[in-house]
Design a protein around this ligand. Structure first.
Ligand code: DAH
Length: 346
């Protein structure tokens, strides 16, 4: 930097200098006018300039020194009078801070949290299991026969090979882990990520989230299952919502059912989401098969239970009316921003 540039930089620094305490004022004086101060050093350079320029630079440097003195006196007077303030200066620290843009919970996290809260209020704990799961927990103990198509290479991402470790295809595997880990009663939900070897489209993905529910005790009935799921649907979607159970089949429940909910998009009148039926499927459920209880070391003569499993993306789609599953994975901030206060503003 030339002498001129260095003088200008020092001038700017002096003009912007702030000090609200006498210590800070003294520090300013030392930094500028002290023996090793910036202004002192610049004054020293006067002896290096050619004789014909001495007068010009001498005046310029004198101005600089006076500016430093004047600023120091101003700061000193204000600090001693107790009127020193940073308000109205180049850096106005009294101005309200600009709001920092903040991130937000992902819609899937919001929905998972709401599901968890609804069940927590009626006594369900949260339990978890591994995403890389062995055959017994994902299939065997849940009564999947060895030749069951769900074990097929087409559906399951195997880590080693069929019959070995795999990415869990459902959170029902956590049921098994819970039941073998202790004694009933169990009342727990298991939220988590699951994987299936599917082509990605608007309606399917190779990874998604489920929440599994399990209740095992003496004398648990199908009526309690239905009451629990009705309570869930109304808490999640509103009191006007109805559910219906259709007989179905799962290897690990007997009897089994699929749960439909009155379509929240059209109010049951019929629309493209419910395919003009007025109903949308939201989960599978059933009474835990006695063989599954026995596989986990629980006496089916003494205990009974129910289980259910729902897709978090499915619930989120119905709640937020998001048509395409892929949006949940693309992390486009224009999509995610709309959930910043937990509500969708689409
Ligand atoms: N595991 C099933 C699935 O991934 C969902 C399910 C159905 C879970 C019925 C259950 C149940 O606990 O009882 O499609």
């Amino acid at each position: 930097m030339s002498l001129k540039e260095r003088i200008e930089a020092a001038e700017a620094e002096i003009a912007l200098a702030q000090a609200t305490t006498t210590d800070a004022v003294e520090a300013f004086r030392v930094a500028m006018l002290g023996r090793n101060g910036k202004v002192t050093a610049l004054l020293d350079e006067l002896k290096l300039v050619p004789p014909e320029e001495k007068r010009l630079w001498g005046q310029r440097l004198n101005q600089l020194k006076n500016a430093a003195r004047t600023r120091w006196e101003e700061l000193k007077a204000a600090a001693e009078a107790g009127t020193a303030s940073l308000a109205g200066t180049a850096v106005d620290v009294t101005r309200p801070a600009l709001a920092e843009p903040s991130g937000s919970l992902h819609p899937i996290s919001i929905v998972r949290q709401r599901i968890t809260d609804i069940f927590a209020r009626i006594g369900y704990t949260v339990s978890q299991g591994p995403e890389v799961e062995d055959d017994r927990h994902n299939f065997g103990a849940l009564n999947f026969p060895p030749e069951h198509p769900a074990r097929d290479m087409q559906d399951t991402f195997f880590v080693d090979g069929p019959g070995e470790l795999a990415l869990r295809t459902h959170t029902s595997s956590v049921q098994v882990r819970v039941m073998e880990s202790g004694k009933p009663p169990f009342r727990t939900i298991s939220p988590g990520r699951v994987y299936r070897n599917e082509a990605i489209s608007a309606r399917a993905h190779c990874m998604f989230h489920q929440v599994e529910g399990l209740y095992v005790d003496k004398g648990v009935s199908f009526a309690e299952l239905k009451g629990t799921l009705d309570h869930f649907a109304k808490s999640m979607f509103g009191p006007e919502v109805k559910i219906r159970l259709r007989p179905s089949y799962f290897p690990f429940t007997e009897p089994s059912a699929e749960v439909d909910m009155s379509c929240t998009i059209c109010g049951g009148k019929g629309c493209t989401v419910c395919k003009h039926s007025g109903w949308v499927e939201i989960m599978g459920c059933g009474m835990v098969d006695p063989a599954v209880l026995a596989n986990c070391g629980i006496d089916p003569e003494e205990y009974s239970g129910f289980a259910f499993g729902m897709g978090v993306e499915r619930i989120a789609q119905l709640l937020y009316r998001v048509p395409d599953l892929r949006l949940y994975w693309e992390n486009d901030v224009r999509f995610l921003n709309q959930f910043s206060d937990g509500a969708f503003r689409g």
